[in-house]
Write a protein that binds this ligand. Structure first.
Ligand code: FAD
Length: 325
């Protein structure tokens, strides 16, 4: 596939200040004009962002013609709460989900009480399919307790993506464990993988190859982001547990101007994106940090923006920035 044919999608997080909330619709409109496959919206583990996430999803669904993907987490939820939550998102019109476990609240170790009823992402994937199937035949009318076969038959009505970790999940003991987790999610009905941030195309290719050899059949979208400041790089490394790409860190560190750092981050991500597409990745998922400018510049640079999008790399930056998550 050439870059001009490459599919792409974006990730946003729910805004946490009034100023950021006021700026987000403008950002979404700009991202939507690029015609992504979907825009995903993160969800705070434990339900901390339920309303804010739903507000962003509703904006995408009601004001753009782009598909919205809702991240959902299960950690800390009772079965009943998770059921209600999924139902609420389906009722809002969401048909694409990214099912993730979420991280346990601070101070709570894996396996301790408080993790909730749904202990694995695979269980969450199954529950989303079940709630959708129970709801589907009669629209608003739920049909609790549908037989498993009926749930299976309804699987194609929702897309359920799951997280994949090219360099291993921080708590994983081996790559095989991460691949086994992906296989369990696939068996539960997941039909797309989206990776954690990574910095080297080879990491993605090795992982995708191992996953395919082990029997993972769904596409795995590489998740990338333009890192335009040392502070952002540091924050992303803390969140993802990835190893520091020292050349990028040094380049960003020694560059004295914001404009120069922005250029370094965009050029780095564009090179990575080009390599990924040339090597057979099914598309690109771009972490936006709620700013359209840098991700659109990356896509523009690799020729992936449709001519009709009317977006040039000079798209003005979103003026209302907020502290990164
Ligand atoms: P799992 O894949 O179920 O588990 C993570 C790892 O643990 C596995 O890869 C495996 O190594 C090991 N493991 C788990 N189960 C088994 C098993 N049965 N056997 C063997 N090994 C096992 N967090 C949020 O709170 N909100 C979000 O919106 C959010 N979005 C994300 C989006 C993406 C693309 C990614 C990559 C992560 C996101 N996260 C989000 C972070 C995620 O919640 C954490 O990484 C969490 O620690 C793991 O969730 P998971 O669904 O990947 O879990």
């Amino acid at each position: 596939m050439s870059c001009t044919e490459a599919r792409f999608s974006f990730e946003l997080y729910p805004p946490r200040t009034d100023r950021a909330a006021a700026a987000l619709p403008g950002t979404i409109d700009r991202l939507a004009a690029a015609r992504p496959d979907f825009i995903s919206v993160t969800y705070g583990a434990g339900g901390s962002s339920r309303t804010a996430s739903l507000d962003v999803l509703r904006y995408i669904l009601e004001h753009t013609d782009v598909s919205a993907m809702a991240h959902l987490t299960c950690v800390g939820s009772s079965h009943e709460e998770a059921h209600r939550l999924i139902r609420e998102f389906l009722d809002a019109g969401v048909r694409r989900f990214l099912a993730v476990r979420g991280d346990p609240p601070e101070g709570l170790a894996e396996g301790e009480d408080g993790i909730g009823d749904i202990r694995t992402t695979a269980e969450l994937v199954q529950l989303i399919h079940r709630v959708q199937a129970e709801r589907a035949p009669y629209g608003e009318l739920a049909v609790p307790g549908l037989p498993a076969q009926a749930v299976l038959e309804h699987r194609e009505h929702v897309q359920i993506a799951v997280a994949a970790f090219p360099n291993g999940h921080p708590s994983s003991h081996s790559v095989s464990q991460d691949i086994d987790a992906l296989l369990a999610k696939q068996a539960a009905g997941a039909n797309l993988g989206i990776t954690q941030l990574f910095f080297h195309a080879e990491d993605y290719f090795h992982f995708a190859q191992r996953a395919a050899e082990a029997g993972v059949t769904f596409p795995i979208l590489p998740g990338i982001m333009p890192v335009t400041s040392p502070a952002r790089l540091k924050r992303m490394l803390e969140l993802s547990g990835e190893d520091l790409p020292s050349d990028l860190a040094i380049e960003l560190e020694v560059e004295p101007t914001d404009e120069g750092r922005r250029e370094i981050g965009i050029a780095w991500a564009a090179r990575l994106g080009e390599r990924l597409i040339a090597g057979g990745a099914p598309g690109l998922h771009l972490y936006t940090f709620n700013q359209h400018e840098a991700v659109l510049s990356v896509l523009d640079r690799i020729g992936a923006l449709p001519a009709t999008s009317g977006i040039a790399s000079t798209t003005p930056a979103n003026p209302a920035t907020e502290k990164e998550p």
